[in-house]
Write a protein that binds this ligand. Structure first.
Ligand SMILES: [Zn+2]
Ligand SMILES: [Zn+2]
Length: 168
């Protein structure tokens, strides 16, 4: 026992103890810093990041695991990427809705006139009455050649594609 006692009183034990203590402190701070860095990638609000960093430090060593139980499952950049994708899809869908070029009312591709402001949108086929696109030379439904519009006929303005105004 006296040998053990001599060891604990020796300078080398003190050095080892100081080394272990320093390692424990570095590990504690590193875990706190890791928690802070992870929280910054997952949380938007500054106070939540600060709270997470605090939990990462207190209680020591256990805090980061507590944080991991409650942290959001996704990184902010992944959330942002997904929102951009949804926005792109919504815009592609919005492209599909047609509007009257005069009053901006929603119209169907098959309308000959705007039901709101009575603007002539399309000519009807002389053979089958189908709505015709301005650049067509022949009716695709009944093969009737399309005559140039008679003078004095109001021009068909066509429809325009418009992006839907954002709700959010
Ligand atoms: Zn209209
Ligand atoms: Zn036709």
């Amino acid at each position: 026992m006296s040998l053990l006692g001599a060891f604990f009183n020796s300078g080398s034990w003190l050095a080892i103890r100081d080394g272990l203590l320093a390692f424990a402190i570095v590990l504690w701070l590193a875990l706190g810093y890791w928690t802070y860095k992870d929280a910054r990638r997952r949380l938007q609000a500054g106070w939540r990041v600060a709270l997470s960093a605090l939990v990462g430090l207190v209680p020591p060593y256990v805090g980061p695991f507590v944080y991991m139980l409650f942290r959001p499952p996704e990184y902010l950049e992944d959330v942002r990427e997904r929102e951009l994708e949804i926005k792109a899809i919504e815009e592609r869908l919005a492209d599909a809705d047609l509007r009257c070029p005069v009053c901006y009312a929603e119209v169907e591709a098959t309308y000959l006139v705007c039901p709101v402001c009575t603007t002539k949108l399309k000519r009807a086929c002389a053979g089958c009455g189908a709505p015709l696109e301005a650049i067509w030379q022949v009716c695709p439904y009944c093969e009737t050649p399309i005559e140039p519009a008679a003078p004095g006929t109001p021009p068909a303005l066509g429809t325009r594609r418009a992006a839907r105004r954002r709700v959010r």
